[in-house]
Design a protein around this ligand. Structure first.
Ligand code: 4NP
Length: 154
């Protein structure tokens, strides 16, 4: 099983949406038996909660059902996931603070995007609906590239 974990701060906006986009992509390509996709937050504020209602609504309009419940990133995930993708540089720093050195399987989501996109998937929590749409645009651009890279390796 190839396991991919998306990590943001609260695990209620960006990373659950990334999980939903990636799960749908893998399912559409008939590969859901080979991939386990999940997400986590570096903070524990929202543990057990469903994704933010604004992200649920924006995702649903594009055909994504987000069924995750928030959980906090744990050190044990460092070993158990094939690829860990931080949504922004702060999330990356927080994950790396639990690791030794800079393991090659921990990356920034935008490492898979060209330079027309920002380095950080912007946190939409304190903004308006357009922020949630922008996050989904970014996820829909990056997830196919991530899957293509994984298929070359595994
Ligand atoms: P996320 O967004 O990291 O994309 O899930 C946030 C959700 C909640 C908070 C911050 C960011 N918060 O401060 O509660």
């Amino acid at each position: 099983m190839v396991s991919v974990q998306f990590v943001c701060l609260g695990n209620i906006c960006r990373s659950p949406a990334a999980q939903g986009v990636m799960e749908t992509l893998v399912r559409t390509r008939g590969m859901d038996d080979r991939f386990a996709i999940d997400s986590a937050g570096t903070a524990g504020y929202h543990i057990g909660r469903p994704p933010d209602g604004r992200m649920l609504a924006s995702a649903q309009k594009r055909g994504y059902e987000l069924a995750s419940r928030a959980k906090q990133f744990e050190k044990s995930h460092l070993r158990s996931r094939t690829l860990i993708l931080a949504m922004d540089r702060e999330n990356l720093r927080d994950i790396l603070s639990l690791a030794e050195g800079v393991p090659a399987h921990i990356k920034l989501f935008s490492d898979y995007l060209d330079e027309s996109w920002p380095r950080d998937v912007p946190d939409p929590y304190y903004g308006g609906e357009e922020g949630f749409e922008y996050v989904l645009d970014m996820l829909e651009a990056g997830c196919p590239k991530i899957l293509d890279e994984l298929l070359k390796k595994f």
